[in-house]
Design a protein around this ligand. Structure first.
Ligand code: ADP
Length: 341
């Protein structure tokens, strides 16, 4: 149904070339709910945008439903996109249009006749559970209702694939569950193939059949969701699994960490404020020629603001590792090397 072969996506920026996605090979079956999980900057958005031709790969091919999306453009691509629709974290609704006008919009663009549009809009409103809200404007709706409009609009032209870009990340846990259940229901009823990206393992656990874990542009692990939960292999996958396992298991024991990483130094970083871990780590890798793996991360609220703790494994020559740690100190990130017994 969806096949990505040897995908690489490079971006040229003022600071050089960024590899957003590399060496990605992926096959997604018809009717499957496939999740792609990774931290911010892992390359998920780039990957999902390659699936509907919003981005072209620098190398490799993307085939959706027998059509090579990566090599078509213009009208052909527009036509293909009607069958590959998308929902978004912030809904992307038309704020000056009512619920039914929002849902009708893609039908208008596709040239569907007025009376057929009205019939289809009614079906969609029923399908997503928005009866009674037809004449409301998006500003009068809750987050969950807005996403229901997004879903109805995405389904209007009977797509074969639905792409979900962090579709529940702006919603509270209860609403998240309701929207996930709706997606599951649509998948079962319509046999629709769903590809979603998320940074929340809960989302993967709840509705996905298979999952791919992304880190630094690559897929580091993929498989059946249950299997990945029972037996995660890559360190980053273990972290994601910890997100949703019980509190007791979520506490990482230092012994466990040391047992998993036999080389390099294990270092605990602490920082106050809203520093994002991703730029820090990518800077270390680039500037100091060291390898860094994120072992565990958490943020807790303190009187001084958020306190971030990150445990990393850092590997490289002694002098490079020392330089990297000095650099962290210089930007007010406390470092503590955890000794091996
Ligand atoms: P994610 O969705 O997992 O957060 P992205 O796909 O947005 O990851 O980003 C992957 C990497 O590519 C990041 O380093 C990001 O800064 C970079 N990137 C994404 N889009 C662009 C762009 N249009 N131009 C330059 N760099 C980009």
């Amino acid at each position: 149904m969806i096949e990505l072969k040897n995908i690489e996506k490079l971006y040229k920026t003022d600071n050089g070339v960024i590899t957003a996605v590399k060496d990605v090979n992926l096959t997604i079956q018809q009717g499957e709910i496939f999740g792609i999980i990774g931290y911010s900057g892992a390359g998920k958005s780039t990957l999902i945008r390659l699936l509907n031709g919003l981005e072209k790969p620098s190398n490799g091919t993307v085939v959706v439903n027998g059509q090579e999306i990566s090599s078509i453009s213009g009208n052909k691509l527009r036509a293909a996109r009607q069958k590959i629709s998308m929902i978004f974290q912030h809904f992307n609704l038309l704020w000056s249009r009512t619920v039914e006008e929002n849902i009708s919009f893609p039908l208008e663009i596709a040239g569907v006749k007025k009376e057929d549009r009205a019939k289809r809009v009614k079906e969609l409103i029923d399908l997503v559970g928005l009866s009674g809200r037809e004449k409301s404007f998006p500003s009068q709706l809750s987050g969950g209702q807005k996403q229901r409009v997004g879903i109805a609009r995405a389904l209007a032209n009977n797509p074969e694939v639905l792409l979900c870009d962090e579709a529940t990340s702006a919603l509270d846990p209860e609403t998240t569950d309701q929207i996930l259940e709706l997606l599951l229901d649509i998948n079962k009823r319509l046999g629709l193939t769903i590809v979603l990206i998320t940074h929340e393992m809960h989302v993967i656990r709840k509705i996905c059949h298979r999952v791919a874990v992304m880190e630094a542009g690559q897929i580091v692990e993929q498989g059946e969701v249950l299997q990945v939960f029972q037996n995660p292999q890559a360190p980053i996958t273990k972290n994601f699994v910890m997100q949703v396992s019980g509190k007791k298991e979520a506490k990482v024991s230092i012994e466990q960490i040391l047992a998993n990483y036999s080389t390099g130094k294990i270092v605990k970083l602490s920082f106050i404020g809203n520093k994002s871990e991703q730029p820090i780590i990518s800077h270390l890798i680039k500037e100091f020629d060291v390898e860094v793996n994120i072992v565990h991360g958490s943020i807790s609220q303190t009187a001084k603001g958020p306190l971030g703790t990150l445990i990393i494994q850092i590997d490289g020559t002694d002098s490079k590792v020392e330089e990297a740690l000095k650099h962290l100190d210089s930007i007010d990130i406390q470092t503590e090397v955890i000794d091996r017994a």
